[in-house]
Design a protein around this ligand. Structure first.
Ligand SMILES: [Zn+2]
Length: 90
């Protein structure tokens, strides 16, 4: 039995984790960026990115804090709230 690749549409063996042609993941649940409800200090934006990238939320927060500081604080704060608006809550 074969199924069509989710990315390139070519026939690959059923149950394959990855396409042997283009390497696309065949996971039935595509990863989506959500605001995290469990891992949230403010609005869950950093926790959501942490879940998406499968990294420690503290690392994301630390990285975001550094970026915010380096960029002059205000753009980072505005970006945070824009992300919070556009990212759906899980
Ligand atoms: Zn493919």
């Amino acid at each position: 039995m074969t199924v069509a690749c989710r990315a390139c549409g070519r026939e690959i063996p059923e149950g394959s984790a990855y396409c042997s042609f283009c390497g696309a993941s065949q996971s039935p649940v595509p990863r989506k960026l959500y605001r995290s409800t469990q891992e949230s200090k403010l609005l869950g934006v950093c926790g959501g990115f942490a879940a998406y990238w499968e990294v420690d939320p503290t690392l994301v927060r630390a990285g975001y804090a550094v970026l915010t500081f380096v960029s002059g604080i205000l753009p980072g704060i505005i970006l945070y709230f824009v992300l919070a608006l556009i990212m759906p809550k899980r």
